[in-house]
Ligand binder design. Structure first.
Ligand SMILES: NC(=O)c1ccc[n+]([C@@H]2O[C@H](COP(=O)([O-])OP(=O)(O)OC[C@H]3O[C@@H](n4cnc5c(N)ncnc54)[C@H](O)[C@@H]3O)[C@@H](O)[C@H]2O)c1
Ligand SMILES: [Zn+2]
Length: 360
């Protein structure tokens, strides 16, 4: 392809353990050897990926590692939610130990959110924590899971019930990876980007309303989203309060993923979940952004309602989630860009809002 490479953009994330850079753009991965050269005493790196990530990415990471004088150990998990297991982590940790990694060595997560979570958890726990570099290769991982230091594993009882906070030393989001990503996965990431637009950055909505999410525009959407996530994380690193705002659209979204047996992707589910949350806000007398959301989500080929899903099944799953939190809570918008958490919402408002997304 002929053309100028777009410049790298940088967002710094300041957390209690220090400040780390997030680099976004074509050839962000080329900064890996600099990042590794900055780590003291590094001899080996575990490069973790999954079977569906194009192999050129872990190979590129291995080349950069050698250049920085570190011996790469290439490790692969199966991929998919089933890989976010204690068994997969245990295999990874054993392989890292067998490969001779020590406490000054590092883990590089090359892949989507699944790889980021599993490799991140391994880095958080191996010898009580070793440096982690995130190289997200999905749009969702670039704008969401690779930033903020949360890692998660699934148990039979539910998703992400095990985890650790472990901030990376750097995040390298090389946007060339997106060229091989299936459209459905791109849409998944776009749904999260729309979420940031509603809860914090109206500029995102404006951009998506007038232009296609590609090239420079996509880079800007990614960087703006990362800034939103970074700000939220900086304000509330360990998820005591405001970090919960990132769950806008997710209460119903998670339930829809469950009741559809994951035939609905995460992005599709939270798209419907955001319309629901906006309907709920409107029921509660808050800002009315329902039409704007529906128009934008349709433009992005994301669903705004779902047919054939049973209301009681959805309510049951949302109630069951309650066990793990403190009651049924929803993130709604008081104004565009001003989210708040509400609890003790009248049943009638929930029922009405569910009907508005086709669930009755
Ligand atoms: N830790 C957090 O803060 C956090 C936040 C949000 C989501 N998550 C987790 O992230 C996971 C979802 O992440 P995801 O959407 O990236 O899914 P994923 O990691 O399963 O990736 C989706 C698919 O795309 C493939 N893939 C990855 N990069 C590719 C590329 N460049 N080209 C072609 N295919 C590629 C993967 O192999 C996989 O098959 C969930 O498990 C979720 O719980 C974690
Ligand atoms: Zn999400």
């Amino acid at each position: 392809m002929i053309g100028e490479a777009r410049p790298l953009r940088r967002v710094d994330v300041a957390v209690s353990s220090g400040t780390y850079p997030v680099l976004v753009g074509e050839d962000a991965a080329g900064s890996l050897h600099d990042v590794l050269s900055g780590l003291n005493g590094l001899e080996r790196v575990a490069i973790v990926t999954d079977a569906h990530v194009p192999q050129s990415w872990p190979e590129l990471a291995a080349g950069e590692s050698r250049e920085a004088g570190a011996e790469p150990l290439l490790l692969s998990i199966g991929g998919g939610e089933a890989s976010k297991s204690t068994e997969a982590v245990s295999e990874l940790l054993e392989a890292m130990a067998a490969g001779g990694l020590h406490r000054r060595d590092a883990v590089i997560a090359v892949g989507g959110g699944v790889v980021g979570d599993v490799a991140g958890f391994a880095a958080a726990t191996f010898m009580r924590g070793i440096p982690l570099i995130q190289m997200p290769t999905t749009l969702l991982a670039m704008v969401d899971s690779s930033i903020g230091g949360k890692t998660g594993l699934n148990l039979r009882a539910g998703k992400n019930l095990v985890g650790a906070f472990h901030q990376p030393v750097a995040v390298l989001a090389d946007t060339r990876a997106l060229t091989t990503l299936p459209q459905r996965e791109i849409n998944c990431g776009l749904a999260e980007i729309v979420k940031y637009g509603f809860i914090a950055a109206p500029r995102i909505l404006e951009l998506l309303e007038i232009s296609e999410p590609e090239g420079d525009v996509l880079d800007e959407l990614i960087v703006t989203s990362i800034r939103c996530k970074a700000k939220t994380v900086e304000a509330d690193e360990r998820e005591q309060a405001s970090r919960a705002h990132l769950n806008f659209g997710h209460t119903l979204g998670h339930a829809l993923e469950t009741v559809t047996g994951h035939s609905m992707s995460h992005g599709e589910a939270i798209a419907v979940g955001m319309v629901f949350a906006l309907l709920l806000g409107r029921e509660l007398g808050l800002v009315d952004l329902v039409d704007r959301a529906r128009r934008l989500l349709r433009r992005l080929d994301l669903p705004v309602e779902i047919q054939g899903v049973d209301r009681d099944a959805v309510l049951n799953v949302m109630q069951k989630d309650k066990k793990f939190s403190r009651g049924l809570r929803f993130v709604v918008l008081r104004e565009l860009g001003a989210p708040e958490v509400v609890s003790e919402v009248p049943d009638a408002a929930i029922t009405e809002s569910l009907e508005g997304v086709g669930i009755n």
